[in-house]
Design a binder for this molecule. Structure first.
Ligand code: ATP
Length: 334
């Protein structure tokens, strides 16, 4: 089956005036002819099948938003190709716009002074959504996102969580095949975050909408995404499943133990003590060097253990190591 999105050797360079230091530096920067080039995206390639829910991850400044903007047709690449459902986003703009929805957590696409309902109506008209489809979709999204209580409130008066739900409904009114979400839950409380995550999961499951999710929240990624594309400095570091990432680059794990009536600091090779006190003791260990089963057996043999648990490897730990020790990353599969 032909992939829905094909990205090949994508590059985006930004050029800006070279900053002049010293007296009146700001003013002199405005008139300098010297330019510096920033390669924000440096040869990225990947393909996405219809119906995938992919986490597009990377540290600050890695090039995530720049990639998404090229996929959405907002930016024209310096070189490379992108096809989204057969359209070249920055060339076939109106065709592309009808098949994608775009939601930025940091800014709204809605009309600030209009009640949410009217903003949605305008979007329905702009995208020429037939009346029956419009009513059905509005009812469906209103129910799942619980928009009812604030449909008639001007957008400027909505809370961040309400506004985000409104933005999601707006981006989906015309049933796009792909939804790009750029940090959709940033700044939201746990309840609002859960509601939006549930909605994204159901949209992907029930309607088969392809989702590209950019976020720094790795719990969100673990809960939602089948696949991760992890980038740094404009290049792909890893492309694959969450479990594949953990097994190719196993993180340290943590063991927490309570000793029965003993207040000693136990000593076990292959571990690093993270916390010790009041008979409670936590260590980190590398499961590739010290297998969990061997470690537990050794501890039980040496000490009177009252309670013991080994924490699951967390995606956050893996990603932290990838960001801080990228030289150890195994090459991404072709
Ligand atoms: N319009 C622009 N002009 C010049 N440089 C830019 C422009 N847009 C982005 N950049 C630079 O390109 C690099 C990648 O930026 P981008 O916004 O894509 O990163 P990001 O991965 O989305 O980061 P974050 O997680 O902080 O949002 C950064 O160094 C940024 O400063």
């Amino acid at each position: 089956m032909r992939p829905l999105i094909v990205v090949r050797d994508l590059v985006k360079e930004f050029h800006r005036p070279k900053r002049v230091e010293g007296r009146f530096g700001g003013l002199r920067t405005m008139f300098t002819r010297e330019r510096v080039t920033k390669r924000a995206v440096d040869g990225i390639s990947f393909t996405l099948q219809e119906g995938e829910l992919v986490g597009y991850l990377g540290p600050n400044g890695a090039g995530k938003s720049t990639t998404v903007k090229m996929l959405a047709g907002i930016l024209v690449p310096t070189s490379g190709t992108v096809e989204v459902a057969g359209a070249v986003p920055w060339r076939d703009r109106s065709r592309n716009a009808r098949q994608i929805g775009l939601v930025f957590g940091q800014r709204s696409q809605l009309w600030w002074d209009l009640p949410l309902r009217e903003s949605l109506r305008l979007i329905g008209d702009l995208y020429e959504v037939p009346d029956d489809r419009y009513r059905l979709n509005l009812a469906h999204h209103s129910e799942l996102l619980e928009l009812g209580p604030f449909l008639d409130t001007p957008v400027r008066q909505l809370s961040l969580g309400q506004r985000m739900r409104g933005d999601l409904a707006a981006a989906l009114l015309y049933e796009p095949r792909v939804l790009y979400l750029d940090e959709p839950t940033v700044g939201l409380d746990v309840v609002a975050r859960d509601r939006i995550r549930g909605f994204i999961a159901e949209l992907n499951r029930e309607r088969g909408t392809t989702v590209v999710l950019t976020t720094h929240d790795l719990d969100e990624v673990e809960r939602l995404c089948d696949r991760i594309v992890l980038i740094d400095q404009g290049r792909v570091l890893f492309d694959g499943g969450v479990e594949a990432l953990k097994s190719r680059f196993p993180p340290h794990r943590e063991l927490v133990m309570r000793l029965a009536g003993q207040h000693i600091v136990p000593d076990v090779p292959g571990t690093v003590v993270r916390e010790a006190g009041e008979g409670r003791w936590a260590v980190r260990f590398d499961p590739a060097v010290t297998p969990a089963a061997a470690l537990v057996a050794e501890l039980l043999r040496r000490y009177a253990v009252a309670d013991l648990s080994v924490q699951e490897a967390r995606l956050e730990d893996v990603v932290h190591r990838l960001y801080t020790e990228p030289a150890h990353v195994p090459p991404a599969p072709c």
